[in-house]
Ligand binder design. Sequence first.
Ligand code: C5P
Length: 403
Amino acid sequence: MNELLNKRIVLGLSGGIACYKAAELCRALVKAGAQVQVVMTQAATQFITPVTMQALSNQPVFESQWDAREPNNMAHINLTRQADLILVAPASADFMAKLLHGRADDLLSLMCLARPSSTTQLVLAPAMNREMWSHPATKRNVEQLRLDGAHVLGVGSGDQACGETGDGRMLEADEILQDVICLLSPKDLQGKRLLLTAGPTFEALDPVRGLTNRSSGKMGYALAQSAHQRGAQVVLVSGPTHLQVPRGVNVIQVESGQQMHHAVMTHLEESDVFIACAAVADWRALEPATHKLKKNDKQTPPTFELTANPDILAAVCKCEKALSGKLFCVGFAAETENLEQNAKTKLERKGAQVILGNLAQNTLGRDDNTLLWVDAKGTFEIPNNTKAALADEVMKQIAQRLS
Ligand code: C5P
């Protein structure tokens, strides 16, 4: 998805071994649709060449405040006036110390100081040795830079290039990309608390076998990510999936429908929106075996008595908070035919404000889908797109109805 389409980003590199990650970051920003202007300090050019960064950004790199390419010779003004964001990655300890004092003796620090702070955000992705990161001087500088309006991102932990292990590694390119998308997203869900379920459930038959379904969890995870980017606090109750939890989203991992039901009910009080996206197994074994079931000599297959799982969405829609209009409830309907009619019936049966209908054969395990929005006012289609783009449209529609 082109989350950064038409966004202009100045990617600044100060000196540090993490400059090698800036190449991948540049690529990720361009892939997300951003126009990227790379600016490097002299120290950064010791670690990675401007040629690499020019090739990846498709723009000549700026390294000096004396660069004569700008007709007025004011690169620090010209390059910052149109930018949505200056991202310094890596931001070295020395570079942050310099910014803190408002010094501007190279092009990148000059640009950070000269940027119009109301329209061009400053984002720093620190990278340094663990001792440097934990030094009181660095801690002081980070705190003051935040007070001065910069967004100082966190750091990663683990093996460092110097051979030591600890905090101070620069975040990975994808993590920085997610944080940048978040900073540039509309904040129409700011202050809202969203609870959602995603993925399949797994209902044990014995300690190694169980009943489950083909849900990948992709739609629910995309909704969680979009809501977080739009400013919501998100709690994601997830069944077993192989997906990476979106940055900034609180996840509660569960296995069975009963566990999912319990987790949802525990968090309802502190939620404004509930979205039931999970494919909860309709039935579970009444008495799952406590030991692995053995094949007996006659090869007689075992039989299981099944019982219904709790209907989480229906239960939530009946709770006092939902009935008094303080909880906006959204459900999904995966159908194989008669989508509109089935979705309308489900809207009534569950008591939700919205049902998002989709055809099971068009969504299970896929990265794209088409949705039918069904509510009391009527029906409209959200046309075929990636699940990320669909999620963004759904969250936009929800935000409009909450405002
Ligand atoms: O008709 P069905 O019960 O499958 O409706 C699907 C909707 O209900 C989905 O939003 C799904 O997440 C939710 N659901 C639930 N708990 C169940 C079954 C379905 O929350 N036990």
